[in-house]
Design a protein around this ligand. Structure first.
Ligand code: ADP
Length: 431
């Protein structure tokens, strides 16, 4: 007795549902999984199905979705073109119909020992496949993968009259997979061109960014060197201080640019050691304090602040970036507070200023490479748009998080956390 044959209505309903899944699903893996589930649930003749996609980087077919099998076990199978039931259909680009278990076993003869072992594990305890259909997924010139459908109950469950219908189904699936790929490529290209645009913009503004401090360095040093002018010692000192500050600005800018590659890598190799953060913060703050007389820098850490496992140089870099911004973006001066707080399993360091603040729509973008807010400040603030992304890479490489809170015209607070290697259990709420 043959399994119930598909009637035209069943076929039509299946095609309609496939079209619906293709139209609604936004995620490629979920779409493939949904398509396969639809086929197995709707069509009585199918007991199990596997969808394999060709990965051109390693020249193998890998399982992207499975019904009737444990997907996790099948995932390790990587078939070469020509290998086993699916590999054969993929290589010759023709639908393969297998009507007996013997024919299927013969097609699997050439399976590599590794795949054979993984396949045995994935099919352990399952009924033997009696009849199968493997349909290549092809669009235009490109072969994308294979749709494998199985009947576990009787030989000849699939017959030659089924081929056209399943080829239509496979064409639909192939088209939608290709569409997804094209959409992803387009999005990647758009993201790249956005990054390139920002980069090009940065390079074109960088000349200006560098020229601003250079102009004042040149101006003040030329003035000091003029033989006919005689400046009072106070004025001379003032000029030298300005030159010194502008050199710092230039140095930071160049430093950020050189460091920008760490953002692309996304992580850092850290030289971790036990660090006394209050002392580290004090060092950075003392160094920064000389940059501005208009700001009052305050350090606020509890007495028994625990040792933290961190890379001291990198954490100093984060603090310098945050403090530098706190000073740069509060042109009227004010208080800058660096605070340390201890939580059960991490510490939180914050840098708060009373500056221009950040609008809510910009808060999340601050940590993107090259992102800079068009300054509402009266004067131009020199910067690379790299300080915060660098800080984020460093903090995240330590297993911490970084974020900002702010109110326009009131000030901003930047927070970052660092994990404690040993949870601070004796710390309770009353502390
Ligand atoms: P840069 O300061 O070199 O432009 P950052 O990555 O350090 O680059 O900062 C990105 C942007 O975030 C800055 O251009 C600025 O608009 C905004 N920003 C950063 N810190 C502050 C702050 N403390 N107050 C207000 N705006 C800030």
């Amino acid at each position: 007795m043959r399994a119930a044959r598909m009637d035209k209505e069943q076929q039509l309903l299946t095609i309609l549902e496939i079209a619906k899944i293709v139209a609604m699903e936004r995620d490629l893996d979920r779409m493939i999984q949904g398509l396969l589930r639809c086929l197995v649930e709707r069509l009585d003749v199918i007991d199990a199905g596997v969808l394999l996609i060709y990965d051109p980087t390693d020249g193998r077919l890998t399982v992207k979705a499975a019904q009737g099998y444990d997907f996790a076990l099948l995932q390790h199978i990587r078939l070469a073109p020509g290998e086993a039931v699916s590999g054969i259909a993929f290589e010759n680009g023709q639908t393969q119909l297998y009507t007996t278990p013997e024919a299927i076993a013969a097609a699997r003869e050439n399976m590599s020992p590794d795949n054979r072992e993984r396949f045995a594990r994935a099919t352990l305890g399952l009924p033997q496949v009696q009849s199968a259909l493997s349909v290549p997924l092809i669009t235009g010139q490109s072969k994308l993968g294979v749709l494998l459908l199985e009947n576990w109950r009787e030989p000849h469950a699939f017959g030659p009259s089924d081929l056209t219908f399943f080829q239509h189904v496979a064409d639909l699936i192939a088209l939608s997979v290709e569409n997804f790929r094209l959409r992803e490529e387009l999005q990647a290209a758009q993201a790249l061109s956005e990054a390139n645009r920002l980069k090009a913009e940065l390079i074109s503004t960088l000349a200006h960014e560098m020229r601003t401090p250079l102009t004042s360095i040149k101006g003040y040093s030329t003035a000091l060197l003029m033989e006919e002018a005689s400046f009072s010692p106070e004025t001379q000192r003032e000029f030298l201080e300005i030159i010194d500050q502008e050199c710092d600005v230039l140095q930071d800018l160049i430093h950020d640019l050189l460091e920008s590659s760490i953002i692309d890598a996304g992580f850092l190799k850290l030289e971790v050691q036990p660090v006394l953060l209050p002392r580290l913060v004090k060092m950075v703050v003392d160094d920064m304090a000389r940059r501005s007389r208009r700001h009052r820098l305050v350090v606020d850490f509890p007495e028994d602040f625990p040792l933290v496992e961190a890379d001291p140089d990198r954490i100093m870099q984060v603090l310098r970036n945050l403090l530098d911004n706190a000073i740069k973006y509060s042109p009227n001066g004010g208080l800058v507070v660096v605070r340390g707080e201890v939580r059960p399993d991490h510490v939180v360091i914050s840098v708060a200023d009373q500056g221009v603040g950040i609008a809510p729509e910009h808060l999340n973008r601050l940590f993107e490479k090259f992102f800079r807010i068009r300054s509402g400040l009266g004067r131009h603030v020199v910067g690379s748009g790299l300080g915060l992304p660098i800080a984020r890479t460093i903090v995240e490489s330590h297993g911490g998080q970084i974020w900002a809170e702010s109110q326009v015209d009131q000030g901003s607070t930047f927070y970052f956390t660092l994990p404690l290697s040993e949870p601070n259990l004796d710390r309770t709420d009353e502390e």
